[in-house]
Design a protein. Structure first.
Length: 159
């Protein structure tokens, strides 16, 4: 196992190449555009600020009234290590989440839905895009928005 000093030296070398910063900035800019597009197209959803994360995930949440009243929300998530976009049904807190654990047993009708037992932040997850094309942001954003809207409709149908 490498020491923290070795890891930080490797990290510094990667940063000195300059590509990580450009890629990270591109991800954050897309998340900002996507969030703004959701606000414009879906004004009925409350939308949180974007959480940039620790290079593990970046996300913002949507709060459709039908979910918000139950203490639930939808997170639109970019997972940095996997390089994928997902939508998560999440709860305001862990107590509320335990009330909705039954949902993870009834996801067979939701396309690309699953539950990762190691993900304590989500009740269920749905893969939106496995290989995002950041060079075609219009198509990417449309795909994410359509998938998220479908996921919201499927989830509310289960509740």
């Amino acid at each position: 196992m490498k020491t923290l000093n070795q890891l930080i030296r490797n990290y510094t070398l990667c940063l000195q190449q300059g590509e990580i910063q450009i890629a990270y900035k591109g991800i954050q800019e897309l998340m900002g555009k996507l969030r703004a597009d959701f606000i414009k197209k879906y004004p009925r959803y409350g939308t949180s600020n974007t959480y940039q994360g620790y290079m593990d995930m970046s996300y913002f949440s949507l709060n459709p009234t039908c979910l918000k009243d139950r203490g639930l929300k939808i997170a639109v998530v970019y997972l940095h290590e996997k390089g994928t976009f997902e939508a998560w049904l999440s709860a305001r807190n862990r107590t509320i989440a335990t009330r909705y654990e039954f949902v993870s047993n009834n996801i067979s009708d939701i396309i690309n839905a699953f539950h990762d037992d190691h993900n304590q932040d989500a009740i269920i997850e749905c893969t939106l895009v496995t290989a995002p094309d950041f060079d075609n942001q219009t198509l990417l954003m449309n795909t994410i928005e359509l998938g998220t809207e479908t996921f919201i409709n499927d989830v509310t149908g289960l509740l």
